[in-house]
Design a protein around this ligand. Structure first.
Ligand SMILES: [Fe+2]
Length: 236
């Protein structure tokens, strides 16, 4: 298990001590990410191995986990994951548990890559948050808001996108940026140091929606190398 160490001098992450605190703490001030640090019991690698899911993303149903033939440690891991799913469902959410063996990348990223390997914020049309937990494999990564710039605000990138749009930098252009999700992706400023979300920790991060009291939390999926055991990831 990896401990989460918030970057020194950064106040965007608030550590909490329970699920109730995780769901019940409001974002505000500089805080746009909450982390419930946990040392999880169980063997998640064994679950992955026994699942033997194929390439890409496989969404696991509760029954898929319940039916596995596992050791005591593997069973513990299943109990933890089913418990987390249950807690989120009881909270009115619809979490999914994914086994990830590589994501689809943009074939031709053009001026702005829009896949999950690129730092981005999640967006919603109504109030929402993203919940995340990596149980196994490389963890998601975060980027401080003060170490990031929206790609569409980088002059060269904006110029390129304007060319692609074929019009003026007006309301229509902004709609074009939004429709293509270009405005959700970020570049690292020089010297930026992304931080890891760690394994086992339960995160709730701020999403971009009209009226969100804080800037959305910038994050990305980690690079996965072919031949890696893959990731077990809860997302809501
Ligand atoms: Fe995301």
């Amino acid at each position: 298990m990896s401990d989460i160490v918030p970057p020194v001098g950064y106040h965007g992450i608030k550590l909490v001590k329970s699920f109730d605190e995780l769901v019940g703490t409001a974002f505000g001030g500089e805080v746009n990410a909450l982390c419930w640090c946990r040392e999880l019991a169980g063997d998640y690698g064994e679950v992955l191995e026994v699942l033997a899911a194929g390439e890409g993303i496989t969404t696991l149903e509760d029954e898929d986990l319940e039916g596995l033939c596992l050791s005591e440690e593997g069973r513990l891991a299943v109990e933890v994951m089913l418990g987390d799913l249950r807690k989120l469902r009881e909270h009115g959410l619809e979490p999914v548990l994914d086994c990830v063996n590589g994501y689809l990348r943009d074939a031709d990223p053009g001026a702005v890559p829009t896949d999950v390997f690129s730092f981005h914020v999640d967006s919603a049309t109504a109030e929402a948050d993203t919940y995340l937990c990596t149980y196994h494999g490389p963890a998601s990564e975060g980027l401080r808001n003060d170490e990031a710039v929206r790609r569409v605000d980088v002059p060269e990138t904006r110029a390129e996108l304007l060319k692609l749009y074929g019009g003026d930098d007006d309301e229509g252009f902004r709609e074009f940026l939004s429709e293509n999700c270009f405005d959700l992706h970020y570049a690292m400023l020089e010297g930026a140091k992304p931080f890891g979300f760690g394994v086992g920790h339960f995160w709730r991060i701020a999403v971009a929606y009209q009226g969100c009291p804080v800037p959305p939390c910038i994050h990305r999926a980690p690079e996965t190398v072919p031949g890696d055991p893959g990731r077990l990831l809860l997302i809501s």
